[in-house]
Write a protein that binds this ligand. Structure first.
Ligand code: NAD
Length: 701
């Protein structure tokens, strides 16, 4: 049963009932249409209320059907809307909780709409690269007014129904019903049946006029704004076009215009990338051998070891979610510094109006500090964020093993160390897991959840759920040096070094990558994060790989003391207190000297080659990560790069991008790069999985 039919005296109630959000899937549409037809045919029925069961009126299209023939099978959404709109009896939409996308479009086909306060109303299609596809761009401006409608359509953001009901002249909501929505809707329906008993025509949104006092100036402004704010995405500007046509065209022509825009956007790589990201995000929590109903451990109190850069940011995530945190350090002054930084972060949020002062105090009141491990006994979970040194981690985990209560989860924020070895320092390796936050930990969305060989399933399930609670995108990674994200970035950095050696400047490489859409190129990124971090890691890592070819320019840079913004100089020069990257003559000289020592004659390298070499470096390593099972699906790797590394969203992540380019073409490019006389033949060996997919004509996703 996915739509219910009931009769309350002379009013029929048709209820969408397709949990969780009454998605308008095929079966629901069939039963809903049958309900409307039955009510229309029943002489004892004078009016019809349509509503939704449970937690929504309707969230719109059923995402499970996306892209399948069922999504458009008749009766499709347009047919349902036509059915209610042309019904000879008044149809009243009683909306509550969630009224979005196709759900809102369906309600706009009804003759009247009543809403419960707090109903979130939205047309979110733009977020997956589309315009609304069932009349939203034509009916909402007519019902609500051009400007508020366009704001909703172009941002996709939800607005509360009672706010919309206050828009002057609006005809979106006829009434806000504060208490019993259904009872209120039924009496409203009865009143309308009486009012139209004389045969007076039922109001239809399509018959209203969308108006604006200065349409040309307004739409020009709106189009410019949409283009500036979403420069890599075509959909927002198309939303503006469609809404403009709601004023200029006859209703049916406007509908055809919207449909054409919808279909042409559907084919764009940007829309494909956004839809991919939408599903990839949801898929991250699906772990083959850990079902969603795996029992979880309660985490009501957290301990954090280390109040440095990461410890403080990690603590803030939990304070924000209302979970008490106790923070442990070796010395009081380190604790004081850590707490002061947390305060400073919150205070700047208060100053910017992003956090209320009382919330700030409330969060700080959840934070306590200690120098004594004995004070951690009542915490349900601990996250260690001390120095990146196995000896220090060992000392910390041995102490945690001694004091933490049985069943407590012991997590490490290590970026590069072996989580299995860390687990072996305890007598409870099944309770040990990696939680790799990204800096700044209170801001960055990505959390790599590192599953050790012994990690218990309920520990993994608990940490994934907890990650969701603190609003992170959690991606499971197996244990390897660098996990998913940093292991890939190592190859990207190596390749950036080779490009430098062969003739590029840091600025040329950064600009090419930024034009492709990355938030920041590799050298500006290095200067921001601190070039010494990679230097330290290379010293440890490359001892074991003495024959590995890499450009020593980054080491030479650090030997010059140029660690980045924090030392006022890195790959670029910086003016005191400023973050603008200024090309550095000193660095260019260092690189030129290095080239000369290598005997390399610099050549001009195109932006296209730069981008391909960098992005395909990521892709090739990702294929190895996938084959080794470090990542369980290609889309997880995309989420790591979209949420943790500033990979351009409109390209959908490295794997999605490689699929779009075509894996055959990716491998062809790699073969071309391998012919470079400076290449040693190692770097561009296609990963076995990549080669196999090409041979089988397949893609990653
Ligand atoms: P940090 O140097 O800023 O802070 C480490 C803190 O740990 C210091 O305040 C130090 O006093 C404290 N500490 C050291 N030994 C301790 C011990 N035995 N007991 C209690 N406290 C101790 O370092 P960070 O950048 O916050 O990094 C912490 C961890 O997070 C490392 O494992 C690092 O690899 C990882 N990490 C760092 C980043 C980053 O960008 N900084 C990103 C992801 C992960």
């Amino acid at each position: 049963m996915s739509a219910r039919y009931e009769q309350h005296g002379d009013v029929a109630v048709v209820t969408l009932d397709n949990p969780p959000v009454n998605g308008l899937g095929y079966a629901t549409r069939v039963e809903f249409a049958a309900g409307i037809e039955r009510a229309a045919a029943d002489a004892s029925v004078r009016a019809i209320v349509v509503t939704g069961a449970g937690k929504a009126f309707s969230g719109g299209a059923d995402i499970k059907e996306f892209g399948s023939p069922k999504a458009i099978a008749e009766p499709n959404l347009l047919s349902l809307i036509a059915l209610v709109e042309s019904c000879s009896k008044p149809v009243i939409a009683a909306v509550h909780s969630v009224c979005m996308g196709g759900g809102l479009e369906l309600s706009l086909g009804c003759h009247y709409r009543v809403a419960a306060p707090g109903t979130k109303v939205a047309l979110p299609e733009v977020k997956i690269g589309l315009v609304p596809g069932a009349g939203g761009t034509q009916r909402l401006p007519r019902a609500l007014g051009v400007e508020p409608a366009l704001n909703m359509i172009v941002t996709g953001e939800p607005v509360n129904a009672e706010l919309l009901a206050q828009v002057p002249g609006q005809k979106l909501f006829d009434q806000i019903i504060a208490d019993d929505l259904l009872a209120g809707a039924i009496s409203f329906a009865r009143a309308k049946a009486d009012a139209h008993a004389d045969g007076s025509p039922l109001p239809r949104v399509r018959d209203l006029k969308a108006r604006h006092a200065e349409p040309d100036a307004y739409f020009q402004f709106a189009r410019n704004t949409a283009k500036a704010m979403a420069k890599n995405f075509p959909a927002p500007a198309r939303c503006v076009d469609c809404v403009e046509q709601s004023m200029k065209m006859k209703f049916d022509d406007g509908m055809a215009y919207e449909r054409a825009a919808f279909i042409s956007l559907m084919m764009t790589p940007e829309c494909k990338a956004l839809r991919h990201a939408f599903f990839a995000e949801r898929a991250t929590s699906k772990i083959a051998d850990v079902p969603e109903d795996t029992p979880k451990r309660a985490v009501n109190k957290l301990a954090v070891i280390g109040a440095g850069t990461m410890g403080g940011g990690i603590a803030m995530n939990f304070l924000n979610a209302g979970i008490p945190v106790v923070m442990l350090e070796m010395k009081q002054d380190a604790l004081d510094r850590g707490v002061a930084t947390i305060r400073k972060n919150y205070e700047s949020q208060v100053k910017k109006g992003k956090l209320k002062a009382d919330k700030y105090e409330q969060r700080m009141s959840l934070l306590s500090t200690t120098l004594n491990y004995a004070d951690l006994g009542d915490a349900d979970m601990v996250i260690e964020a001390v120095f990146e040194d196995m000896g220090v981690k060992k000392a910390v985990f041995e102490q945690l093993d001694a004091v933490m209560k049985p069943g407590a989860i012991l997590a490490s924020n290590t970026s590069t160390l072996d989580v299995n070895q860390i687990a072996s320092f305890t007598k409870r390796p099944e309770d040990v897991i990696g939680t790799h936050f990204f800096s700044p930990a209170n801001v960055m969305k990505l959390l790599e959840v590192v599953r050790g060989a012994a990690t218990a399933k309920d520990v993994l399930a608990t940490v994934m759920a907890l990650g969701k609670k603190i609003k992170k995108t959690c991606v499971v990674s197996g244990v390897c040096d660098g996990f998913i994200g940093n292991r890939m970035i190592e190859q990207y950095s190596r390749q950036a070094g080779f490009l430098l050696e062969e003739g590029c400047t840091p600025a040329q490489i950064d600009k090419a990558v930024e034009k492709f859409g990355f938030a920041m190129g590799p050298f500006r990124m290095g200067d921001l994060a601190g070039n010494d971090v990679g230097w330290y890691i290379r010293k440890r890592r490359y001892v074991e790989k003495p024959n590995l070819r890499y450009s020593k320019t980054a080491d030479l840079l650090c030997e010059m003391g140029r660690f980045g913004q924090k030392t006022g100089a890195g790959w670029y020069d910086y003016k005191p207190g400023k973050r603008d990257a200024i090309p550095s003559a000193q660095v260019e000289q260092m690189v030129a000297d290095y080239r000369r020592d290598l005997g390399v004659a610099p050549r001009k390298i195109s932006d296209e080659e730069i981008v391909q070499r960098l992005v395909f470096s990521l892709v090739n390593e990702a294929a190895r990560i996938l084959e080794e099972g470090i990542a369980s699906k290609a889309s997880d790797i995309d989420m790591v790069y979209l949420t943790g590394y500033g990979f351009p969203l409109h390209r959908g992540g490295p794997m999605c991008y490689a699929d779009t380019v075509g894996l055959f073409n990716v491998v062809q490019a790699m073969k071309r790069f391998a012919k470079n006389p400076l290449d040693d033949g190692e770097f561009w060996q296609p990963a076995p999985l990549l080669a196999r997919l090409v041979a089988e004509g397949k893609s990653f996703n």
